[in-house]
Design a protein around this ligand. Structure first.
Ligand code: G4P
Length: 198
């Protein structure tokens, strides 16, 4: 998605060979107009699938997921990373190991919102090692529902998450695919846009 690649070039900061900081439009401050365009793009990319609900994980997956839900006219559920006072019944859980943060979190979703006949689109902001997406897919499968696809805002294609998910047979669509962050440079897999950002 050109507008996203352009924004990454203009506003992203490479923090090292594996980490891209995009908190001016995605991870902290949010650009609603760009999110809206992302929602339209996800809706277009998954137009062939019969999606009944979207599942994401708090916090940064929520904005793009809601915009996709708005376009597709389906509800959006987000997995919680912390125990909730009110979310106690019929919990579906999974463990997510973060290679970035070197910690494991238990995520949970109420089974009340996932039915066996649901066809779920999983959306997340970053795809690195695929642990979050795999945990969300496990929750969908534990509910007896099916995964229609996985939509990612920024895929770091030099890490193995995309390969892992595609090898498992999931349809993965990413709005921007980064092939390298070496030497402070963002390179996209498309090779159409390459620029140095500091
Ligand atoms: P994985 O799920 O693909 O295995 O990813 P990983 O454990 O490495 O990522 C853990 C957290 O770090 C996730 O956010 C993920 O979105 C984020 N992340 C991974 N790589 C990058 C990166 O290069 N840049 C940025 N900005 N984030 C990255 P989280 O902790 O769940 O945060 P949030 O959703 O609450 O904002």
């Amino acid at each position: 998605m050109k507008a996203l690649e352009q924004r990454i070039i203009e506003a992203g900061k490479v923090l090292g060979p594996t980490v891209l900081k995009v908190d001016s439009f995605l991870n902290h401050q949010i650009d609603p107009q760009l999110m809206y365009e992302m929602g339209k793009e996800f809706s277009y990319l998954f137009r062939e699938e019969k999606i009944t609900k979207i599942l994401t994980i708090e916090s940064s997956g929520i904005a793009p997921a809601v915009m996709a839900g708005l376009q597709m006219n389906v509800p959006v559920i987000f997995a919680r990373k912390r125990k909730s006072l009110t979310l106690t019944d019929n919990l579906l859980t999974a463990h997510v190991y973060s290679f970035t943060k070197k910690e494991t979190n238990e995520i949970s979703v109420s089974g009340s919102f996932l039915n066996h006949d649901d066809s779920i689109l999983i959306i997340d902001d970053f795809l690195a090692n695929g642990e979050a997406a795999l945990a969300l897919a496990k929750i969908v499968e534990d509910a007896g529902a099916s995964v229609a696809g996985i939509g990612i805002v920024i895929e770091k294609a030099f890490q193995n998450g995309g390969k892992k998910l595609r090898e498992k047979g999931f349809k993965v669509e990413s709005l921007a695919r980064i092939s390298s962050l070496e030497n402070g440079q963002v390179e996209f897999l498309s090779n159409e846009l390459e620029e140095t950002i500091q």
